[in-house]
Design a binder for this molecule. Structure first.
Ligand SMILES: *Cc1c(COP(=O)(O)O)cnc(C)c1O
Length: 480
């Protein structure tokens, strides 16, 4: 077999030349965006048109323009007018770590396939556990996303709390998990994947500020018992995704202790507040959790996708999956912390520990304090600006960098306002200058911003409100 294509594909000189060009191109992209020079956050295109574009590109496009076209046709999270989903504008050095990991491609399942990245992972985990307030018996690992981390945590909880071994024998009784009705949908999904069914998800209502109503915990727990459900865990959101409001972790912990339940904190978004001197109080009680999830790709400036799952009692961290894969995993005395696939859902995973380590090494804990504090400050400030403005109404006073609000007109009904705000959001998407999202809370349609970008200023937020007002006027009331 002729190897000419393979030789071409692996050419170091080609890699060097393209790599240099690519870095220049991405650096320009970064400069244009962070400086606010770039006019659009998203050049919106309908899915079918986009598919056609790329089908045509595959057949006829100039390969040398591929990366350029990809950049042009994506959502620019480094643009200060990006205020949409909770994805971090990647810190450039962390993106470079991603490139290193991609080329080296160590699989991380066993120590030999990732010596430095496995050791680095342990150091990162220890650092996070210490920051939470866990003692040295705590452990954990990095995994591919909050969704998978929450599922893994609940599997650990079941293993630790349920008297018989579900992993070996399957379910013998109806098990249940308690969670706020405002929790991220992945908790519900995790419970269903675990075979708990709808019955096994005990949704606790929220207060008017959208935090879990902890005064109802006893009532819901007793009701579950009466229904023959063995509750083994309770999940607190820190904060919940839609509203950015934190559950009271201290109170949930008290409740969990009273009934001997596993207490899991879903800090996918806001767990990073452990680094903020000013906002550390938002996660008060996190140190009482049995397990904690923190996404690196949300409030810690890392590339998608990396999540820390941390256990107060490290033994739980490697007891979750007792399935044997001895061909991979050498039996060993002790805890064997360096063979990571024993603990993770994944077998192979990316060298994601590099992202965390490089940021800690280059900028220290302080960069996370600066980032979280700055973004949360701006969230509070945006809340004040909205409140001062007669045309706008907050869903709830922001507790983080997530802000839900809507445009209002006195003479319109709630249904009409829902349609108007939906239309506003659609117009904004198609216009592309700003990128924001939306959510529905208790039947009310809200516009939703997550202020993820360190280059977003108060001025941008004021401009957004002006743009919404103008858009609302253009839509006119006739269409609602
Ligand atoms: C984003 C989020 C998740 C899901 O995490 P992924 O990393 O997107 O899988 C879970 N819980 C909360 C509270 C979140 O904000």
């Amino acid at each position: 077999m002729d190897k000419s294509l393979l030789k071409k594909a692996y050419s170091p000189e080609d890699f060097r030349a393209r790599g240099h060009r690519l870095i220049d191109q991405l650096a320009d992209h970064l400069a244009d965006n962070t400086s606010g020079k770039s006019e659009k956050t998203i050049a919106w295109n309908l899915p079918e048109n986009e598919r056609e574009y790329w089908a045509d590109f595959l057949a006829n496009g100039d390969q040398n323009t591929f990366f350029q076209k990809v950049v042009a046709r994506t959502t620019h999270v480094h643009n200060p007018k990006y205020m949409g989903h909770q994805v971090a504008p990647t810190a450039p050095i962390a993106a470079l770590s991603g490139l290193v990991g991609s080329l080296l491609n160590n699989g991380m399942a066993v120590y030999e396939m990732g010596m430095s990245s496995s050791a680095i992972e342990r150091i990162v985990i220890d650092l996070l556990c210490k920051k939470i307030g866990f003692d040295t018996s705590s452990r954990g690992f990095l995994t591919s996303g909050g969704t998978l981390a929450n599922l893994t945590a609940l599997l650990s909880a079941r293993k630790a709390q349920v008297g018989h071994d579900v992993w070996i024998n399957g379910h013998r009784e109806q098990l249940g998990v308690m969670v706020s009705e405002e929790a991220h949908y992945c908790i519900d999904r995790a419970a269903r994947i675990m075979g708990l069914g709808e019955q096994g998800i005990i949704e606790v209502p929220v207060r008017t500020n959208y935090s879990m109503d902890t005064s109802k915990l006893d009532e819901y727990y007793q009701k579950a018992l009466e229904d023959g459900i063995q509750v083994f865990a309770i999940v607190g959101s820190a904060p919940s995704t839609a509203t950015g409001i934190y559950d009271d972790l201290d109170e949930i912990s008290n409740f969990a202790q009273k009934y001997d339940l596993w207490f899991h904190v879903d800090g996918a978004h806001g767990g990073a507040a452990i680094f903020s001197k000013k906002y550390g109080h938002t996660v008060k009680g996190i140190e009482l959790a049995d397990s904690v999830v923190i996404d690196g790709h949300k409030m810690m400036m890392m590339p998608i996708i990396t999540t820390a799952l941390l256990f107060k009692n490290g033994n739980h961290s490697h007891a979750t999956f007792s399935q044997k894969a001895d061909y991979l995993l050498e039996r060993s005395e002790g805890e064997d912390w360096y063979n990571l696939a024993k603990r993770t859902f994944e077998c192979t995973k990316t060298m994601m520990s590099l992202y965390w380590f490089v940021l800690f090494k280059m900028y220290g804990n302080d960069i996370f304090d600066e980032y979280v504090t700055h973004q949360y400050d701006l969230g509070q400030r945006f809340g004040e600006i909205i409140q001062e403005n007669l045309n706008f109404e907050l869903a709830v006073t922001p507790a983080s960098n997530i802000v839900c609000f809507r445009y209002t007109v006195d003479s319109l009904s709630n249904d009409e306002l829902n349609i108007l705000n939906k239309t506003i959001r659609k117009e904004l998407l198609e216009d592309g200058e700003f990128y924001i999202v939306q959510t529905t809370l208790k039947g009310v349609h809200y516009l939703r911003c997550t202020i993820m970008n360190p280059f977003t200023t108060e001025e941008h937020l004021v401009q957004l409100l002006q743009k919404i007002k103008k858009t609302a006027k253009e839509i006119g009331l006739s269409s609602v």
